[in-house]
Write a protein that binds this ligand. Structure first.
Ligand SMILES: Cc1cc2nc3c(=O)[nH]c(=O)nc-3n(C[C@H](O)[C@H](O)[C@H](O)COP(=O)(O)OP(=O)(O)OC[C@H]3O[C@@H](n4cnc5c(N)ncnc54)[C@H](O)[C@@H]3O)c2cc1C
Length: 493
């Protein structure tokens, strides 16, 4: 027997939502015992169905795959790109290279779970195995529950348990070398995957590159920037959309260019005030909670978790929806957020809450319509966090903001963007308004409006709905579902 014969059979590493080389447990396992590896990414839009990556996500994915391909090639194992059904492609490639095992990160979306099952069955039929690893989250949701053994439905005890469990084990380093195998012929190229640009569509993502650097290096740079500049003031500044007060890590986490374990340890190592670090880690746990919920309530992207909301009298209206999508509601903070989303593929968290609240409460549009728009336009579009957050805002999630708490978009703007810096940047037609009117241009005296070049209803819209009227209508609809006492307890924030 020659030394070559004695080497173990190669392994196939199937990259899914974990487009990195460091702290990658599936990669680590694939390489164990000195195995050679074939790294593969499969674009399987059919499996994802209506949740196939949206436009902004596809822009990101292209950049991320480009970066991953470069890193893999430099280490000796070029990435094979493929397009089609994973349960056909992965077993065929495993057979072609004689792999005994396929290693991959576990998927948590209902469609990704079905996909894992189909790939597993197809491989099993060939006498091969699919080994799934935790690459995207901190704690697997299955078998993890509250004292009574039931899955968590409320965030606080969930977060408390995870914080009490202590820091996760340290992240794994990226391997220096990845011995590859000769890839079978016939893969796709980044261009032939057809992610972006889409033929016949305008180049709507042309502004994205100024802010974002998809890929593992971009993620590391963003962590370094955040821990050096903003983590120490995260407690207060994360709510201010006009400054860089949060990490901007969401798309990097979404695509697994960095793991939550790495983010956790980087935040701890930064040595910021314990309060600020803990507040930040709790946000990472909101993401974790969303995955926990999605695993245990796979209907979450489509159906209200609180069933009484099935009877809510939503009033779908395409004109109102479009005014919201285009940033033309007449509420400056909302319009600024919706335009930031369109131009950068990202929106500040506080403004996501205000904009989402206006859509589902003042405008009475079904939360699923907002969820779908975010899915298509966010570079961090993530089925778990997106659906959990929309249900939270709409009041129909298990641990949601009470429905009667209707955000006042003027007060929210004045509180979190007091000088109007954020509105001035994203709604330039209001840029010259004094701060006193920037969140309520309709209250500005005619002379001021005209001096600022604003003609309400022309250069900038009047509010699509009056706040007090919208709030009253939403509360009345809610009252049909709930006891009046719950409604009376409402407050204007
Ligand atoms: C209606 C609505 C829809 C949303 N859709 C998404 C989505 O599709 N994808 C997404 O990643 N986040 C979503 N969020 C959550 C949140 O707005 C973003 O994660 C955050 O704005 C990202 O900015 P950041 O990285 O600077 O956050 P930071 O404040 O720096 O937080 C650090 C990380 O914690 C996680 N995180 C923070 N807040 C939340 C939260 N409320 N829920 C889940 N994870 C959180 C993110 O991974 C984030 O990168 C949504 C929120 C709302 C209100």
């Amino acid at each position: 027997m020659t030394a070559h014969d004695a080497s173990p059979p190669p392994a196939l590493l199937w990259f899914r939502h974990d487009l990195r080389l460091s702290d990658h447990r599936a990669l680590d396992a694939a390489l164990a015992g000195g195995r050679r590896v074939l790294p593969v990414f499969v674009l399987d839009d059919e499996a994802a169905g209506e949740w196939a990556h949206g436009g902004a996500a596809r822009w990101w994915l292209k950049g991320s795959l480009e970066s991953l391909s470069r890193s893999l090639a430099a280490r000796g194992a070029p990435l094979l790109l493929a397009k089609g059904r994973a349960e056909t492609i992965v077993p065929a490639l495993a057979a072609a290279i004689g792999a005994a095992e396929v290693h991959a990160g576990r998927g948590y979306e209902p469609w990704a779970r079905d996909q894992s099952r189909r790939v597993h069955e197809a491989l099993q039929g060939d006498g091969r195995g699919l080994v799934l690893h935790t690459t995207a989250i901190l704690r697997e949701p299955h078998g993890f529950g509250s004292g009574s053994g039931k899955p968590y439905a409320v965030y606080s005890p969930f977060a408390k348990t995870l914080l009490a469990a202590g820091d996760p084990p340290p992240p794994l380093p990226a391997p220096d070398r990845i011995p590859g195998v000769e890839p079978p012929a016939g893969g796709e190229t980044l261009g032939s995957l057809g992610l972006y640009p889409v033929k016949g569509e305008p180049d709507w993502a042309k502004g994205f590159g100024a802010l974002w650097q998809p890929g593992e290096e971009g993620a590391a740079a963003r962590i370094a920037r955040f821990t050096a500049r903003a983590l120490g003031r995260y407690d207060s500044d994360r709510n201010l959309p006009g400054i860089e007060g949060s990490s901007g890590l969401s798309p990097h986490l979404r695509w697994g260019e960095v793991s939550p374990v790495q983010v956790w340890h980087a935040a701890r190592a930064a040595g910021a005030a314990p309060g600020a670090t803990e507040t930040f880690l709790k946000e990472i746990l909101w993401r974790e909670f969303a995955y926990h919920l999605l695993w245990h309530r796979p209907e979450m992207p489509k159906r209200a978790l609180r069933q009484e909301f099935d009877a809510f009298p939503w009033a779908p209206d395409s004109t109102l929806l479009e005014a919201w999508q285009r940033g033309r509601t007449g509420y400056p903070i909302v319009d600024a957020g919706m335009r930031q989303l369109w131009q950068l593929g990202w929106m500040h968290n506080r403004v996501r809450m205000i904009a989402a609240s206006l859509l589902v409460k003042h405008l009475m549009q079904p939360w699923q319509a907002g969820e779908a728009w975010f899915h298509d336009t966010l570079v961090d579009a993530d089925l778990a966090s997106n659906s959990a957050s929309w249900q939270w805002v709409a009041g129909c999630g298990t641990d949601a903001a009470p429905y009667f708490r209707v955000f006042n978009p003027v007060l929210q703007g004045e509180k979190f963007d007091p000088e109007g810096a954020y509105v001035r940047r994203w709604v330039p037609e209001l840029a010259k308004l004094p701060a006193a009117y920037i969140h309520k241009p309709w209250e500005a005296p005619a002379g001021i409006l005209s001096a600022c070049g604003i003609r309400l209803g022309n250069t900038y819209p009047r509010p699509v709905v009056d706040h007090a009227e919208g709030r009253a209508r939403a509360l009345a609809a809610f009252a049909a579902l709930k006891k009046p006492a719950d409604v009376a307890a409402g407050e204007d924030r």
